[in-house]
Design a protein around this ligand. Structure first.
Ligand SMILES: Cc1cc2nc3c(=O)[nH]c(=O)nc-3n(C[C@H](O)[C@H](O)[C@H](O)COP(=O)(O)O)c2cc1C
Length: 383
């Protein structure tokens, strides 16, 4: 049998505090602290608690050079093989080996891979947890976090401030000022297919295409994209668009068409609420857009690159703003959120977490006539 360590792993020391009666009885503060190590490896399903001996043992193996065993493995290495921190060519270890090789083939910068993987939510209800903590309102936030850093800062001046001229508002200014995150969608009013298609065409369609020989094709879109790679796919959850069956779809940017996908195992609205971590105000939108970058397309150029993940996040941000403005221009409301349950979305759309996992959800549709959930419109541009 041959053995190596997994491609990427980081070890984090953690301390947890718990109630300790013996400390209280002996005059202490009743608290005890436990320190331990966790292994964070992106090819594994979750984090793993490990002993110091196990951590040191992992470091003795190369990630690239296989060691051929001439005698039985020691008990520590055996456990590391079982949990997938060590990789072997034995048939019994194939699942961990496949996961590690799959991860390796994607050329992640390891810190970004760990961040991406560990930040995924699985069945989190962010609304309930904020309500429980009392941080769903400003008074509660102030109570638990104190005052925020100020909205603007004053740097030390090297000379007198230079006042800039104000301009006469033009049509773009009016569009920009009407862009307000919509949390109140009209559930009784379906979105017409023409408006729906127009938003998708503006935001996600290829406006042009350049073939540079072989398989090298670059698309032109209305948003900028790192390396001109346009790695972000748009997956749709359609609930209420005229003439389109409710369900899951993949948007095809060159053809400007939708490809139907299998439906989730639960009613669509319930799935939308789960995907949006309990944010029912967004789940009511007639169209949800899941922004899911294809990591392999980005890492084809930005291989093991410290900026690649950041560039993908910026790509999604640009697409989202284009969606906001496109929808606003057509009189529709729009939103974006990063508070999403990636795991449930990956399962429903068949997206491998490290290769095509979602970054954010946006959406658009007709606004409701009344504001039940607060929106931020201090200039009264919408409400
Ligand atoms: C990256 C990002 C994440 C956001 N996440 C949420 C969210 O989870 N829930 C929500 O209600 N709004 C979310 N928003 C909307 C913001 O709350 C909103 O942009 C902010 O309050 C300013 O309001 P405006 O967009 O109307 O100007 C998000 C916005 C951005 C850009």
């Amino acid at each position: 049998m041959k053995v190596r360590r997994c491609t990427s792993v980081f070890f984090e020391p953690r301390e947890s505090t718990h109630f300790d009666l013996s400390s209280l009885l002996s005059g202490g503060n009743g608290l005890a602290h436990t320190r331990c190590w966790f292994a964070l490896a992106p090819h594994l399903a979750g984090e793993l608690r490990v002993s110091e001996e196990e951590m040191v043992c992992v470091g003795r193996y190369s990630p690239d050079e296989w060691v051929t065993l001439v005698q039985d493995l020691d008990p520590i290495s055996r456990r590391l093989l079982e949990v997938g921190l060590l990789i072997s060519d034995a048939p019994a270890c194939q699942t961990h080996r496949d996961a590690d090789e799959g991860y390796r083939a994607l050329h992640w910068w390891p810190l970004a891979a760990v961040t991406h993987h560990a930040a995924r939510w699985d069945a989190v209800n962010s609304v309930e947890s904020m309500q429980r903590l009392g941080t769903d309102n400003v008074a509660g936030l102030l109570r638990s976090c104190g005052a925020p850093p100020p909205a603007t800062i004053e740097r030390e001046a090297r000379g007198p401030d230079l006042p800039l001229q104000r301009h006469v508002p033009q049509s773009l200014d009016s569009l920009l000022s009407q862009r307000v995150t919509c949390r109140n969608f009209d559930q009784g009013r379906p979105l017409g297919q023409a408006l729906f298609s127009q938003v998708l065409e503006r935001v996600f369609a290829a406006q042009g295409s350049v073939n540079q020989g072989g398989d090298v094709q670059f698309l032109k879109k209305h948003s900028p994209s790192g390396g001109s790679l346009h790695a972000t796919e748009a997956y749709l959850l359609i609930q209420h668009v005229e003439g389109i069956s409710p369900g899951l779809y993949h948007y095809r940017p060159v053809d400007h068409s939708l490809r139907p996908l299998p439906s989730p195992a639960m009613p669509l609205y319930e799935f939308a609420c789960n995907a949006l971590a309990g944010q029912h105000w967004f789940a009511q939108a007639p169209v949800l857009v899941i922004y899911a970058p294809r990591i392999a397309r980005s890492h084809w150029k930005y291989r093991n690159h410290p900026k690649a993940y950041r560039a993908l996040m910026l790509d999604v941000g640009h697409l989202s703003q284009t969606l906001y403005l496109s929808a606003t221009d057509l009189g529709l409301g729009a939103f974006v959120t990063a508070a999403i349950n990636e795991v449930q979305i990956e399962q429903a759309f068949g997206l491998p977490a490290l290769a095509e996992g979602p970054f954010a959800i946006g959406g658009f549709g007709w606004r409701a006539s009344t504001q039940e959930i607060a929106e931020f419109d201090p200039t009264g541009s919408v409400w």
